[in-house]
Design a protein around this ligand. Structure first.
Ligand code: 0XW
Ligand code: MG
Length: 367
């Protein structure tokens, strides 16, 4: 199976409700990039990468497309042998830029799955479940609204809630944490995510002020060094998200005891192939983690569901997908969505989703 062409498509995804608020940024519409890799035997494999705006982490939509433009011409005419050989080929065309390569890695897994007649999860080691738990992310807001939204989602079936904090005075956030916990206590677990907004001093204070509320404290500070400075000083377990920029950082955090868990983003890790590697690192030390992405439509949601289905259920904290914040689906026939707090893993072969090209804008073709 040889690559004949690579198409780059765009999906513009306005946020349902107008805005998604985190500590340092509010997004109103997301710019998603989809790749379609067409082979000489007439198959199309799909992948997606969708940075959460330009400041959530050092990723942006134009950067993803520039990286793909750098890589794609060198892929045309080459044989698809294995995901690892393909990753090496991409690394030989461009260093770094894992979040762009992630879309191509996904597309190749989709193609190999179709060729072999198996779902992507089988190529990643094999699904252990056919539905994966999701979790709901409550945006930065006021206690009444946050508690009401958390309670409503738990009533729908979610068993984990993530509350966004940061970017305002600590007391306000402490009040919010208490209100949300009172609303879900006994029915769901809680994670509190500052998205890098706190200083180490603020993180220490916040941790003490909420010492009686059990939650996983997600990425309070910006840098690996700040996070390392908190080791052994917090009451709450610490989960790393934005600083897990590659498998090496994950290895160091596990070995050094700086993380009790992770909130992984598949594209940030470089795609499903690398995410499966990191899954296995976590399994060695029984470290819990999510498998999600920062944003994206059905293709990313399907990708995350396939990877998550291969994680030991004891260690899987859940899979967040953006479906609740997106109006409609790029694959209306096989929409990936949360039902009763869980996501059905699409049935293969391949990814099990086929975007409708009429819902996308084609931006470039290579080959
Ligand atoms: C909750 N998420 C998975 C969705 C938002 O994109 C941010 C992210 C996170 O945990 O930071
Ligand atoms: Mg996070």
């Amino acid at each position: 199976m040889k690559i004949e062409r690579v198409h780059v498509h765009q999906a513009l995804l306005p946020v349902v409700g107008g805005a998604y608020r985190m500590s340092h940024t509010t997004v109103e519409a997301l710019d998603s990039t989809l790749v379609e890799v067409v082979t000489d035997d007439g198959r199309s494999g799909w992948g997606e990468t969708c940075p959460l705006g330009p400041v959530y982490q050092p990723h942006h939509a134009l950067g993803a497309r520039a990286a793909i433009e750098q890589i794609a011409p060198g892929l045309v005419g080459t044989e698809i042998d294995s995901p690892r050989a393909f990753a090496r080929r991409m690394d030989g065309l461009l260093a770094g830029h894992g979040y762009a390569k992630a879309a191509l890695d996904t597309a190749v897994l989709d193609l190999l799955g179709q060729q072999l007649g198996v779902p992507v999860s089988t190529l990643l080691g094999g699904a252990l479940v056919d539905r994966v738990p999701s979790y709901y992310s409550v945006i930065v807001g006021d206690p009444d609204a946050s508690a009401a939204s958390a309670a409503a989602k738990v009533a729908e079936g979610y068993r984990r809630v993530q509350l966004k904090v940061g970017g305002r005075d600590l007391d306000h956030d402490v009040e919010n944490v208490r209100a949300v916990w009172a609303a879900i206590r006994g029915r769901a677990r809680l994670a509190v995510d500052a998205n890098r907004a706190m200083t180490a001093a603020h993180a220490l204070q916040f941790d003490r002020l909420c010492a009686d509320v059990p939650f996983a404290f997600e990425q309070p500070c910006d840098t690996v060094e700040e996070m390392e400075s908190l080791r052994g000083r917090l009451v709450h377990p610490v989960y790393l998200d934005e600083t897990t920029t590659d498998p090496g950082v994950v290895l160091r955090a596990i070995a050094g005891g700086t993380a009790d868990g992770f909130s992984f983003k598949v594209t940030r890790l470089g795609g499903p192939t690398r995410a499966a590697f990191v899954r296995d690192l976590c399994a060695l030390r029984s470290v819990p983690h999510t498998i999600d992405d920062a944003w994206g439509g059905d293709v990313i949601a399907a990708t995350c569901a396939h990877v998550a289905s291969t994680v030991d259920p004891r260690l899987l904290e859940g899979t967040w997908i953006a479906a609740d914040w997106i109006d409609g689906h790029v694959d209306p026939e096989h929409p990936v969505e949360v039902r009763d707090g869980r996501i059905a893993v699409p049935q293969g072969p391949g990814l099990g989703v086929r975007p409708d090209r009429d819902r996308l804008t084609e931006l470039a073709t290579y080959g």
